[in-house]
Write a protein that binds this ligand. Structure first.
Ligand SMILES: O=C(O)CCC(=O)C(=O)O
Ligand SMILES: [Fe+2]
Length: 210
């Protein structure tokens, strides 16, 4: 039998006890490690992140992107960092879930999809040598609302899809020795059919990033 590669998601049992919240491990796919997590954010935190990102997007268009390539038709923005706001608290909790120090993360990236908008299948790591000195190693996508219809996060190679539910998240990682395992993390956000979708993504680097 082939030896399993090491994961940094080293949690056993059915929950992750963080400083301020118990996260439930609902399901795991072992290789590549993909974990469906419950109770990651309170409903109040979800609402607050949506509100903050709306204010930020209204105040200035700087930091908001809408990709012209058609890969991502949703709009997204990194939340500006605060000292002790909701974002700092969540990043601290996420660091304990992802088992990587908070300053390896790129910050909270908020995504909003309207009906018909999607994020086509992609890899979160960079194929070019540009970021080789400090590559992305893992991702957490947190759902900030329930989507009426559509908007699933899907992994086409694994035939796996996750329905967004407010406060839940999906974790995955892609730093394996075997590139074929990393490529299995190809994923996308399916088109939203009814309602809209809000999500917050954290991409984590191997070394300190901020
Ligand atoms: O919206 C989703 O379900 C996926 C988001 C995603 O892939 C990303 O932010 O990198
Ligand atoms: Fe992604």
């Amino acid at each position: 039998m082939q030896l399993k590669e090491q994961s940094i998601f080293n949690h056993s049992g059915n929950k992750i006890v963080t400083e301020d919240r118990d996260i439930s491990i609902i399901a795991k796919f072992e290789e590549p490690m993909i974990a469906i997590l419950g109770n990651v954010l309170s409903h109040e935190e979800c609402d607050e992140l949506i509100q903050l990102s709306k204010e930020h997007m209204n105040r200035s268009k700087i930091g908001t992107e809408r990709e012209v390539s058609g890969i991502r038709t949703s709009s997204g923005a990194f939340l500006p960092e605060t000292e002790n706001g909701v974002d700092a608290r969540i990043e601290k909790r996420v660091a304990q879930i992802m088992n990587v120090p908070a300053n390896h993360g790129e910050g909270l990236h908020i995504l909003n999809y309207k009906p018909g908008e999607e994020y086509k299948a992609h890899l979160d790591y960079f194929k070019s040598s540009k970021a080789n000195h400090n590559p992305r190693i893992s991702t957490l996508v947190m759902y900030l609302n329930d989507v009426e219809e559509g908007g699933e996060t899907y992994f086409p190679h694994l035939k796996l899809s996750i329905t967004p539910q407010k406060g839940m998240a999906v974790y995955f990682e892609y730093f394996y020795q075997d590139p074929a395992i990393n490529e299995l993390t190809l994923h996308g956000g399916a088109p939203v059919i009814t309602g809209d979708k809000w999500a917050a993504t954290i991409w984590v680097r191997r070394k300190q990033y901020r």
